[in-house]
Every structure is written in structure tokens, then in C-alpha cells.
Design a protein around this ligand. Structure first.
Ligand code: ADP
Length: 660
């Protein structure tokens, strides 16, 4: 469980970190690119607004030129009689409020070359005064060129020009905590677009000028044109997205920003921050700004009069909410993806952890099984566990452990058997040796007595039996001595195949072999071995006779020879006889062990065989399946062909040869 939670934690931390970094980087990038984009747009918007504002000034100029071309202005100046100009009254905007007549003017004045008023179209009674205080008029008359600019005019001056404008000029001032400080409670100045057009005689003498004016207070032509051109009625969540404003100083005199009462926010004041930067220092402002009741990405630019004094500002702004929402949505999206990634990572890691732990448990069970001695244990193949390599390594380990264990067991059995047989052999040889001489004496004296005995002596039969049985004893003793005896010393390089063939020839025609099929598969390229052929013949005769006994005259005897991978000569003798009981198997090489009826077997055959093979530095193994047959396998070291001489001891000859 601990491993699993660590895996899950690891996965989660990795996804969490990646997700967090991706979110932060993503949000920062999007933030920056959105901000850049919006600021670029706002910059474009303010440039468009400036164009529209300049266009309004130019249009005023064209209007004056048009009037100049169509009206008898020269005569009126020359005769000081404006009577002929009464038709111009139709150009003056009537009504006290803004209405959508874009050609209408608020002021139209005719002056002579000295700036003296000849005719005020909107106020014909007021004339004769000199209006050189107006910088636009002054510049026009001095430079004899058309001029246009915004100017600030006091309420009184404006009233002189057109008495009906008073109500448009007066704007109640609305202060907010952020706004710049303003002393007045009502605005009593107007921002006026002024243009002056010079009037000449045909000879080029300056006669005077025609002066027009449009009061921007509560005139929404320019701001609404900007809004339509730039924002094209675009809305966001039911609200217009962009707005434009003209400020006189810091006061909104013309705007389409809407206040809480759904009215144009006329009279509201700009924030101190913006005021200081734009009006006081004359720099553009681009950035977030709180406008009336919401945050806008805003742009402010100063409005200059003809003498380059800053008299107000032009403003465009986009509702920040849209971009704020884009930002928020992106953030949520990123967070969502990250969380989803984490959930997926959690499940994957959980499942992965489970499968790993399941496999580890199986491995643990397997290890326990092996340590408790079950070396046969093999891991079941796991379905796409990803542990194949480990499984394979484990199974290989188990197999090689089993292999080694088997070999150890075999070696152990062989050693214990060898030791047991060696001590038995020693004892038997000792006993045989002790008995051999007395037996010789018994035989000698018995024979002497028999020779002297009359043929019809009643004891003669018994004496002959004594001699017969004593001879049998002598034979047994001889066999026992053979079992312990070192090969006679007649050791020479011989072919084991030849020894086997000779032994076979001795028995195969005997009656006991008549019903037995003999098969042999003797390897022709077998190296020689160092051995005593007569003693080895004895070994094979013993084994053949035992096999024939076990098959009870009917079956197959198979003899094969080959060179083993460990470079030893191997001989196998297999029969299809009754086999050896598992209980007897460990004892068959012991002297006197026999399962045959008394008088049938002495139980010495295999022990002598064992002794002879042992003396050849080889060994003999048996494998038997009761009811099916028995196989004896003899392993003998190869003769290496050193300076062996006939009669040399085999142990010298096989130095370095592998026996096992
Ligand atoms: P003996 O042949 O005199 O009994 P051995 O030492 O030759 O003595 O054999 C010992 C015992 O091993 C036999 O009595 C028999 O039970 C068993 N034995 C030997 N060879 C075979 C064989 N080929 N098939 C079955 N049993 C065998």
C-alpha cells in the first residue's frame, strides 16, 4: 500500500507540477498577448478618433468656404450692410439640444479686415465689436489663410455669439472619489470648434473673414461618429463595448459613456492619474482606467488650441470585462485540463501501482515457496504485467536451483553409497581373508581323509558333501576378495566396445538368452579407456546375466556406448525385465544383497561389479522402473594417451580426466 501511495503521489506531483507550470506560462502568455493586442487596438482606436476630430474641423472649414462662394459677402463688407445675408440664418442650429443635423452651425460671424463684427447670424443685434481676442480670427486675418481649431470660450462670450447656447454650456459637475479636484459645481465654459475663412477682393486685398463655430458641449456628433466607426455597435453581454469622450479640461462635455441612470455621463470628471499625465504633462495615456462605473482599457490624448495649449482630451476605451473574461476562461480551461490530467494520472498510476504490487506479491509467494524447498515452483505467465524479464530471471533462477539441488542430491547419494560400500568391502575382505586360510586347511585335510577312505566307507558321501560345500565357501570368499581387490595390474588402453562384444559372445548362445533380443548401438568413434579387459568382461557378464534373470528369458537387452559431453565413455545396459523395487534400489550394490531364492544368487555380483568399476576410477548408476525394466549406466574416464605403458596403474593414466 505504501509503495502504491508513493507511486500515486509521484504521478500526481509530476502532473500537478507540469500542469501548474503550463497554466502559469499559458496564462502569462495569453495575458501578455491579450494585453498587447488590446493596447494595439486601443492605440488604433485613438488614432481613428483623432482623424474623426480633425475631419470635423476640416468640415467646418469647407462649410465656410462653401458659404463664401455662395453668398455676397464682399458686398456686405464693402457696404457694411448685412441685409443681403439674412438667408444664412437657416444654417444656424435651432433648438437647445443636440440633434442630428451635422451641417448645422452654432455660430456664424462676418468681420472686416480689422476684426470688427459686421454681422452675427445667430445674434444680428450684437455687432460693431472687435473680436481679435479670438486667436483663430486673429491668425486668419494676420496670415490671410483659413484657420481652424478648438478653443475654450466663456459662457458670456458664447452667449454673445448665440444666446440660445447658454443652456448647452452649463453642465452640472459630478465628482467621484477617484476624480481630480475641481472647485466649480457647474461648468460655465464651452469647448468650441472654431474656423475662420479669409475674404478677399478680386485684386487680392483682404476684406475680412467669415467665422464659424460649433459648441462641443452636449454635441455628440463627433463622439458618436467615433463610436460607430470604431466599435460598430459591438456589444458584450448586452453592453456596448467601446466608448468615446471629449473632455474640456477634466470634465466630460461630450460622451457616449453611460452612467448608472442610463444617461450620457456628461459633467463627470476624469481620474487624477489621467489628468496629471494628459492635461498637466501633455502625454498620451494607454492602460486600464476606471471610467464612470467600470474598468476600461483606455486611451486619452490631449486636445490643443491653436496656440498649442492643452484645453481638453479625446478618449476612447474598450470594456475590460470582455478581455477579463477571456483571461478567466483561459485560466479555468487550463486549470480544468490540469485537473483532468491529474485525475487521469491518478487512475493510471493507481492501476499501474496495483498491477505492480500484485506482481510483487506473486513474486513474494514464489520466493517463499522456493525458500520452503519447493524448487519446482515456476511463476505463472503474467498478462502484460511488464515484468516478463523479472519473471523469466526468477524462473531461470528457480530452475538452476533445482538443477543444482538434483545434482547435489545425486552426488550426496553416490558419496554415501561409496562410503558404505567401501567400509562393507573392507570388512568383507577382512573376513574373507581370515576365513580363506582355515578353509584351505579344511579342504586340504578333507581331501586327505577322502583319499584314504575306502570306497564303500559309509562316511564317504558326507565327506564329499563337506568338500563340495567348502569349495562353495572358498568360491564365495574368493569373490569377496575380488570385490575388494585392486585390478591385477594388467591395465592397458582398450576399446570398451571390444570388451562388450567379447562378453556378449560368451552369453548370447546360452539357453537363458534364447528368448532375448539383443540390440546394440556401440559408438564407432569411441576413444580408448585404460582398463583390465578380463575384469571388465566380468562386469558385463554380471550385468547381462542379471538382466536375463530379470526378464525371465523373454525381452530386449539394449547395449549402447557413447562419448559424453564431459568427455567420458558411457555404457548403458537396459533390459525390459521386472525392474527393482524402490525400497531395494539403495541396497543392490551391497555384498550379499539378493532378492533371488536361496542357492540362486549370492548377492555378490553387483558389489563386485561396483568394486571393479570403482577401481577403474569410474562409477556405475542405476535407474529402474518396477514392471518396466532397469538401466545400468557405467561411466569410465577416457585414456588420454600420455606415456602410458601396459601395466601402468589406471589412476596415473587418468590424471586430469573428468569423471563426473
Ligand atoms: P544376485 O544376482 O546374486 O542376486 P547381484 O548383486 O548381482 O546379486 O544383484 C543383487 C540384486 O539386484 C538381485 O538379487 C536383484 O534383485 C537385483 N538386480 C540386479 N540386476 C537386476 C536387473 N537387471 N533387473 C532387476 N533386478 C536386478
Amino acid at each position: 500500500m505504501k509503495l502504491q501511495s508513493r507511486l500515486v503521489m509521484g504521478f500526481l506531483i509530476a502532473t500537478c507540477l507540469t500542469g501548474a507550470v503550463a497554466t502559469v506560462v499559458g496564462i502569462t502568455t495569453i495575458n501578455k498577448s491579450t494585453l498587447d493586442e488590446v493596447q494595439r487596438k486601443v492605440q488604433q482606436d485613438i488614432n481613428t478618433a483623432k482623424l474623426i476630430y480633425r475631419h470635423a474641423l476640416e468640415r467646418l472649414e469647407y462649410q465656410l468656404e462653401f458659404i463664401y462662394l455662395r453668398s455676397p459677402l464682399q458686398e456686405a463688407i464693402l457696404n457694411n450692410d448685412p441685409g443681403a445675408l439674412s438667408g444664412l440664418e437657416g444654417l444656424i442650429r435651432t433648438g437647445t439640444h443636440y440633434f442630428d443635423d451635422r451641417r448645422a452651425l452654432d455660430m456664424l460671424t462676418l468681420v472686416d479686415a480689422n476684426g470688427r463684427v459686421i454681422y452675427r447670424v445667430a445674434n444680428p443685434e450684437a455687432k460693431g465689436d472687435v473680436i481679435l481676442w479670438d486667436p483663430v480670427v486673429r491668425k486668419c486675418l494676420y496670415e490671410k489663410k483659413p484657420q481652424a481649431s478648438a478653443v475654450v470660450m466663456s459662457l458670456e462670450t458664447i452667449k454673445d455669439q448665440n444666446p440660445r447656447l447658454a443652456s448647452r454650456v452649463l453642465i452640472p459637475i459630478v465628482k467621484t472619489p477617484q476624480s481630480v479636484e475641481v472647485r466649480e459645481t457647474t461648468l460655465s465654459q464651452g469647448m468650441v470648434l472654431r474656423a475662420a475663412y479669409p475674404i478677399f477682393l478680386k485684386d487680392g486685398t483682404l476684406l475680412g473673414a467669415l467665422i464659424g463655430g460649433i459648441l462641443l458641449n452636449r454635441d455628440y456628433n463627433i463622439v458618436d461618429t467615433i463610436k460607430e466607426t470604431v466599435y460598430q455597435h459591438e456589444t458584450y453581454r448586452g453592453r456596448d463595448i467601446g466608448f468615446a469622450t471629449i473632455f474640456l479640461g477634466g470634465v466630460r462635455v461630450s460622451t457616449n459613456v453611460i452612467n448608472a441612470d442610463q444617461q450620457r455621463a456628461i459633467g463627470t470628471i476624469v481620474s487624477k492619474e489621467v489628468y496629471d499625465q494628459v492635461i498637466t504633462r501633455g502625454e498620451d495615456w494607454i492602460g486600464r482606467a476606471f471610467v464612470v462605473n467600470d474598468w476600461y482599457i483606455s486611451s486619452y490624448t490631449p486636445i490643443y488650441d491653436i496656440d498649442r495649449n492643452i484645453i481638453g482630451m479625446l478618449y476612447t476605451g474598450i470594456l475590460e470585462a470582455k478581455y477579463r473574461d477571456i483571461k478567466l476562461n483561459t485560466m479555468w480551461l487550463f486549470l480544468g485540463i490540469t485537473s483532468l490530467g491529474m485525475v487521469v494520472a491518478f487512475f493510471i498510476s493507481f492501476r499501474l501501482g496495483q498491477s505492480i504490487i500484485r506482481r510483487i506479491r506473486i513474486l513474494k509467494q514464489a520466493t517463499e515457496a522456493i525458500s520452503s524447498g519447493n524448487l519446482e515452483y515456476q511463476l505463472p505467465p503474467g498478462r502484460s504485467s511488464g515484468f516478463d524479464m523479472l519473471d523469466e530471471a526468477f524462473n531461470n533462477m528457480a530452475r538452476s536451483l533445482k538443477d543444482r539441488d538434483d545434482r547435489l542430491q545425486k552426488a550426496f547419494h553416490r558419496i554415501t553409497r561409496t562410503e558404505r560400500l567401501a567400509s562393507l568391502g573392507q570388512m568383507a575382505a577382512g573376513v574373507a581373508h581370515e576365513i580363506n586360510n582355515p578353509l584351505g586347511g579344511i579342504l586340504l585335510y578333507s581331501n586327505l581323509v577322502l583319499e584314504e577312505m575306502e570306497n564303500d566307507h559309509p562316511c564317504k558321501g558326507n565327506l564329499e558333501k563337506i568338500i563340495y560345500q567348502t569349495n562353495r565357501c572358498k568360491k564365495i570368499v574368493q569373490n569377496l576378495l575380488d570385490f575388494a581387490r585392486t585390478p591385477s595390474g594388467d591395465m592397458r588402453p582398450i576399446s570398451i566396445n571390444d570388451v562388450i562384444t567379447t562378453s556378449l559372445n560368451l552369453v548370447k548362445d546360452q539357453s537363458m538368452f534364447l528368448g532375448i533380443t539383443v540390440k546394440h548401438d556401440l559408438s564407432p568413434q569411441l576413444p580408448l579407456i585404460m582398463g583390465d579387459s578380463s575384469r571388465l568382461e566380468e562386469v558385463f557378464l554380471n550385468l547381462f546375466i542379471n538382466a536375463s534373470d530379470a526378464m525371465e528369458g523373454r525381452g530386449v537387452l539394449t547395449i549402447s556406448t557413447w562419448l559424453s559431453s564431459t568427455n567420458a565413455v558411457k555404457v548403458s545396459i537396459s533390459d525390459t525385465g521386472k525392474g527393482i523395487d524402490r525400497l531395494y534400489l539403495p541396497h543392490i550394490f551391497e555384498p550379499f544383497f539378493t532378492t533371488k531364492d536361496p542357492g540362486q544368487g549370492t548377492g555378490l555380483g553387483l558389489s563386485i561389479t561396483y568394486g571393479i568399476i570403482q577401481k577403474h576410477n569410474g562409477f556405475i548408476d542405476v535407474d529402474s522402473e518396477p514392471g518396466k525394466g532397469t538401466t545400468f549406466i557405467i561411466t569410465l574416464p577416457v585414456y588420454l594417451g600420455s606415456e602410458d605403458k601396459p601395466g601402468m596403474k589406471s589412476s596415473d593414466a587418468i590424471q586430469g580426466a573428468e569423471i563426473g
